[in-house]
Design a protein around this ligand. Structure first.
Ligand code: PLP
Length: 441
């Protein structure tokens, strides 16, 4: 193929895409720029026109071991030759059983039952439904609302949306059809900051006021992701656990983003030594290979649900426990079990600290922070993604800011050299963004 036909191809894919497809949060009238991908390996994504990008996003937290991983590839190929799918009603299979065993072993002590479903949002729906059905079975159907934190993000389906931050979660558009949940202030105590009773005051007041109608508290432990990249103190989470116990309210930990080592512990709950009643996993569960999610719960929740008027848990998706996805997820767990992630994340964190911290002095940057393999440069003003996406691509890096947040969470396997380049180029683009914002002001 000649160079010119390759570039024709490239443009043809973009044109077709823009006339036919929706992208996340996209407009059909003014399509956002899209970049056709031809190949990806490790922490590098090669566009169809040959340009190579260093990946700063892990495809939204998920591709933790990098793209095109030989062992994950092999797990998928070997399972597909046996069977790609089989219904989970009445059948079972080794990939699901072995995966469940691993998840129970990995996760905080006390979680004993695994519900395997399709995506993060669905695992949140399942968790919410579990909490509601639990209280129904206990003869307390009035306990059906949830208490959530501002700046939280839990997915895009309707029940999940109802517990997202009321502003960024688009509550205003759907206010009339969403269930009305309770919200308390987002934690203001940083990960390393000293926790005081003041920090939990609003949450405490909300749970005291509403305990009689609350089935559960739902939160992202330690790191509020998409809703603000807010890192908060483990003591806040401990205080939440204590208050949930005191007021007879279940605790749902949404670790869809934080799970599988991203924050430097296998699960973010471990920073606080807390076991939730229900745990949601997704995103990196399959190492970013395909969609799969899990909702884990304790014996108390599982047996509590099934000892009620309706003796079964009322959920069962068509692709529940898809064997192909389970086989890859199992391999992901086996790779994590080897423990290389501990050193990988330490290295990533120290390089990010060193390379990103100087950007604090750029006029227009509000804050720079890191935790585990997450690095955040928070700006004073929101970024117009349309405008700046190409600036990152032109520098050879893949970074996708959200609002005021320019953040990276690279694959754990990224080399120190690539990570340094990623951070330096990111700084260069941030400088350009801030300079541009100043002239507009
Ligand atoms: C991404 C995310 C979800 C939703 O997962 P999907 O797979 O996109 O449905 C829910 N909760 C958190 C914390 C997430 O980061």
């Amino acid at each position: 193929m000649s160079d010119s036909s390759a570039s024709n191809d490239y443009q043809a894919i973009i044109d077709k895409d823009q006339s036919l497809l929706w992208h996340p949060y996209s407009s059909a009238l003014e399509p956002s720029p899209v970049y056709p991908v031809g190949y990806a390996k490790g922490a590098k994504i090669t566009l169809k026109d040959g340009r190579e990008l260093i990946d700063g996003m892990s495809s939204w937290w998920s591709v933790i071991h990098g793209y095109n991983h030989p062992e994950l590839n092999e797990a998928a190929k070997s399972q597909i030759d046996d069977f790609a799918h089989v219904m989970f009603g009445g059948f079972t299979h080794e990939p699901a059983v072995k995966l469940a065993e691993k998840l129970i072993n990995f996760s905080p002590e006390g979680l004993t039952k695994v519900f395997l479903c399709d995506s993060g949002s669905v695992s949140v729906e399942v968790a919410m439904k579990m909490s509601l059905q639990y209280w129904r079975s206990q003869g307390k159907p009035q306990k059906h609302r949830l208490l959530s934190l501002r700046k939280g993000y839990h997915g895009d389906t309707f029940a999940a949306m109802s517990v997202c931050d009321p502003e960024t979660g688009m509550h205003h558009i759907f206010a009339d059809v969403l269930n009305k949940q309770i919200f308390s202030d987002s934690p203001t105590v940083g990960f390393d900051e000293a926790f005081t009773e003041d920090h939990i005051r609003d949450f405490k007041q909300q749970i005291e006021t509403h305990a009689h109608e609350l089935s559960a508290v739902i939160l992202e432990p330690i790191v509020q992701g998409t809703g603000g990249m807010n890192f908060y103190s483990p003591q806040f989470l401990q205080a939440v656990r204590t208050l949930c116990d005191q007021h007879d309210v279940l605790l749902i930990a949404d670790e869809i983003a934080t799970g599988f080592a991203r924050t430097g512990k296998m699960f973010a709950c471990e920073h606080a030594d807390v076991t939730p009643d229900i745990l949601c996993l997704g995103k990196s569960l399959t190492g970013g290979y395909m969609t799969l999610a899990a909702t884990l719960c304790t014996d108390k929740v599982a047996f509590g649900i099934c000892s009620g008027e309706v003796p079964v848990f009322m959920h069962g998706p068509t692709f529940m426990a898809n064997p192909l996805a389970c086989a890859v997820a199992l391999k992901n767990c086996e790779i994590l079990e080897r423990g290389e992630w501990k050193q990988q994340i330490q290295h990533i964190n120290s390089i990010m600290k060193q390379e990103l911290t100087p950007f604090e002095t750029i006029d227009g940057v509000r804050d720079v922070r890191t935790l585990g393999a997450i690095g955040v440069v928070e700006l004073e003003e929101p970024v117009t993604l349309h405008e700046v996406q190409d600036w990152f691509v032109s520098e050879g890096i893949w970074v996708r800011p959200f609002g005021r947040l320019v953040y990276i969470m690279p694959p754990f396997v990224i080399s120190p050299e690539d990570l340094s380049v990623l951070c330096q180029k990111l700084g260069k683009v941030v400088e350009k963004i801030c300079a541009h914002q100043t002239t507009k002001r």
